[in-house]
Design a protein around this ligand. Structure first.
Ligand SMILES: Cc1cc2nc3c(=O)[nH]c(=O)nc-3n(C[C@H](O)[C@H](O)[C@H](O)COP(=O)(O)OP(=O)(O)OC[C@H]3O[C@@H](n4cnc5c(N)ncnc54)[C@H](O)[C@@H]3O)c2cc1C
Length: 381
């Protein structure tokens, strides 16, 4: 009997993670990516312990540790007074509590580690998916270059503007949130007199307005991430320039420590922020969605990539447990949906770890249910 052909649509963070996890589970996959080669774009990424556990299971955690920074604390500060409103101990405390520390690093380092682990022959570049159709126990994929393929299973990991999602569940445009995100990277030693060992989030006068700082590259570079309301900018881009002066003006009322960080930036990148509402079904026939394709969310809990990585690990375990592809996808959706939707909602509400005290009516002040999740051992229901 011929081995099943499983197509992963694309080579982003979650597509590559799914490819690695499935290969480790003994499933042969082919990855189809629209780009003609890998590109080094983006800035930094906060990989929380739940994400790091997945990457360790994929065998690339130690590669990432070589360039990452491990934060001592996750701190929330009030925008004008500078008061600390929440402080979660990470570093050794996270190691003891969750088994791993979080890792702060450049996105390019994460993508390079994932790419290097997937055999080059498994990735087909220049393959933009145009059309997809479940046909009995197969799925037909049609690419922009006119080629087509019948696969036994399809994993759509093609991001927030997913074609796989459109083809399976109909057209639905991502929602523009009315916010822009700004990203800058500077040498750590450009600012003196401040301790940057921790991940710090400054909470602004309105929820849309926040400033985050953290070190990457073994503490040598400082990443600055700001969001603000901006309804006139709708362009999504990992590489478009923003205006640093305008950003400084907008944050002019912030505490001197926050202003000093923006003053030290020479340039910044801007992107509009979009999100998706929770999706009722993730799978249809032998095709399913993972990562941003099914649950693109706001970046306020730093869980977008983490959820895609968890999806990949759980999906590979379901495929191993069930053998029959359709049954495995149904189980995958059952296991993943509630958690991913709760995190999508929490990211939208943007209250995650704002205050120190955990209250019954606000689970978003309790890090354990997010950071303590282990996609390799969670109950497969
Ligand atoms: C400003 C910002 C900061 C963030 N910070 C964090 C953070 O600190 N921590 C965290 O966990 N998450 C973070 N996220 C979320 C994270 O970036 C995303 O969740 C993650 O990149 C999603 O990965 P993905 O592989 O699902 O999708 P994508 O990264 O969008 O990858 C999609 C891939 O699909 C390809 N593709 C698209 N269409 C097609 C097609 N038709 N055919 C073939 N290929 C196709 C693309 O070329 C791309 O390679 C942040 C997001 C933003 C916007």
């Amino acid at each position: 009997m011929a081995a099943p052909v499983i197509a992963v649509v694309d080579a982003g963070i979650t597509g590559l993670a799914a490819a690695l996890a499935l290969r480790a589970a003994g499933i042969d996959i082919i990855v189809f990516e629209q780009a003609t080669a890998f590109k080094r774009i983006g800035a930094a990424i906060n990989l929380t312990p739940n994400a790091v556990k997945v990457l360790d299971g994929l065998g690339i955690g130690n590669d990432l540790r070589r360039s990452a920074h491990v934060p001592a604390y996750r701190i929330s500060r009030n925008w004008d007074t500078g008061e600390i409103t929440s402080k979660v101990e990470l570093g050794t405390a996270a190691l003891e509590r969750y088994g791993v520390t979080p890792l702060l690093l450049h996105r390019a380092d994460l993508l390079t580690a994932l790419e290097s682990a997937v055999p080059p022959g498994a990735i087909r570049f220049g393959k933009k998916l145009q059309h997809l159709e479940p046909q009995g126990d197969k799925v037909r994929l049609e690419f922009e270059d006119g080629t087509q393929l019948y696969a036994d299973g399809v994993i759509g990991a093609d991001g927030i503007h997913s074609i796989t999602r459109r083809e399976l569940f109909g057209p639905e445009t991502p929602l523009f949130t009315g916010m822009s995100a700004y990203r800058s990277l500077i040498a750590r030693d450009r600012i003196t007199g401040q301790d940057f060992d921790s991940f710090v989030k400054w909470w602004g006068p309105v929820p849309e307005c926040q400033l985050v700082t953290f070190l990457i590259n073994r503490g040598r570079e400082l990443f600055i991430f700001a969001t603000m309301p901006e309804t006139e900018h709708t362009r999504e881009s990992w590489s478009a320039a923003g205006e640093i002066e305008m950003l400084r003006t907008y944050f002019a009322g912030f505490h001197a420590d926050a202003r000093a960080v923006l003053d030290a930036c020479d340039s910044t990148l801007r992107t509009a922020l979009n999100e998706r509402p929770p999706l009722e079904h993730w799978s249809s026939g032998n095709a399913t969605l993972i990562g941003d394709a099914c649950h693109a969310m706001m970046p306020f809990m730093a869980q977008g990539a983490a959820m895609g990585l968890e999806d990949a690990a759980v999906l590979s375990r379901c495929v191993q447990a069930d053998k029959e592809w359709g049954t495995a996808l149904a189980r995958y959706e059952r296991v993943r949906k509630e958690r991913a939707h709760k995190i999508q909602l929490g990211s939208h509400q943007n209250q995650w770890l704002r205050q120190g005290a955990i209250s019954a009516d606000n689970p978003f002040n309790d890090p354990d249910w997010v950071y303590g999740y282990d996609a390799w051992t969670t109950d497969l229901l």
